[in-house]
Write a protein that binds this ligand. Structure first.
Ligand code: CA
Length: 322
């Protein structure tokens, strides 16, 4: 199936840039967001559910189902809880410590069951399904082992994570989403799926500034105000830690954008694996065992048309917040 499919499932660990990815999807007239499966990472999985429900309400899309996903890495024995460093970046509630009222949705459904049904539907009606994870790849790793027809139905999975030619952001080698579950990322990259990696190589090139958040505030809507305040919190952390960047990186929304418009990024075609142990744990690297294999499963984004992406971002997120 082709990448022209127009049904989208997001897989979010709903912190600040996941919220921006959600707004990007909802402001995109060329795709239907059919569900959000939650995971852990920026926050606990349960907080991701709560944040996603609240954001969908704020953005006027209560109809979109929110599903329960993995609450821990494949190898973990207890539910994940974010570190103090992560809570500083995304705020203790994951949304820059902005208060947001959320309707309580009783008993959200199971993410794997939801995905299985969407895969069946996509297989039946011949329409491909876009799946965009912007947290650890644990949900997708679980799906790989339990949903038949997954690879055909999903086409190319565009995920935010990894770093090929630049340093990591949690260790010199590892990017945060991959570091949170290296085994899951390795299973996805070597499990027969076609993937498109939107890693730090490109997300650190796409910067949002306080001029953009000021424009959202001037919209005068509750969503515009909340997104402006939430993102200013995130930008303030970047100003402390990465003052040379002049704003915050647009990690997660770039993955949604590249899923909808693959020509936004220029890619190296490669077969990747993830280092699972030692100092390089969490590193995404070319797989020596598949180096000579002419069939490359991953499109690793190394360049991005930043002006075009920022134009799309401003237009689509602005539409969602209006
Ligand atoms: Ca995320």
């Amino acid at each position: 199936m082709s990448d022209a499919a127009r049904r989208l499932i997001l897989d979010l660990d709903t912190g600040v840039d996941d919220a921006l990815a959600l707004a990007y999807a909802l402001g995109s007239p060329d795709v239907e967001l059919v569900g959000v499966i939650c995971t852990y990472g920026n926050v606990t999985m349960r907080t991701a559910v709560r944040n996603t429900v609240a954001l969908l309400g704020l953005l006027g899309h209560d109809e979109v189902p929110v599903l329960v996903g993995a609450d821990r890495a494949l190898a973990a024995t207890a539910p994940f809880s974010p570190s103090e460093g992560v809570m500083r970046i995304h705020g203790e509630n994951g949304l820059g410590n902005q208060r947001i009222a959320g309707l309580c949705r009783c008993a959200p459904g199971d993410g794997l069951d939801f995905l299985r049904e969407e895969v069946r539907r996509a297989t039946e009606d011949g329409v491909g399904l876009l799946y965009v994870p912007t947290g650890p790849l644990t949900n997708l790793a679980h799906a790989l082992g339990s949903i038949s027809g997954l690879a055909d139905a999903l086409g190319r999975v565009t995920f935010m994570g990894g770093a090929l030619a630049v340093p990591g952001n949690v260790t010199p080698c590892a990017e945060a989403n991959v570091a949170n579950d290296p085994a899951a990322a390795d299973a996805v990259l070597r499990g027969g799926l076609r993937t498109r990696m939107i890693g730090l190589d490109v997300t650190h090139q796409a910067i949002l500034t306080r001029e953009d958040t000021a424009a959202w505030r001037e919209l005068g809507t509750p969503a515009g105000r909340l997104f402006a305040d939430m993102t200013d919190h995130y930008i303030a952390i970047y100003e402390e830690n990465n003052p040379q960047m002049g704003g915050c990186a647009l990690h997660d929304p770039l993955a949604v954008a590249a899923a909808l418009a693959p020509t936004l990024v220029g890619c190296l075609h490669a077969n990747l694996r993830v280092d699972l142990e030692g100092a390089s744990r969490g590193r995404t690297v070319c797989d020596p065992d598949r180096l000579r294999d002419s069939h490359k499963t991953c499109d690793v984004a190394l360049t991005v048309d930043v002006p075009r992406f920022l134009g799309e971002f401003r237009s689509r997120v602005g539409r969602a917040l209006s």
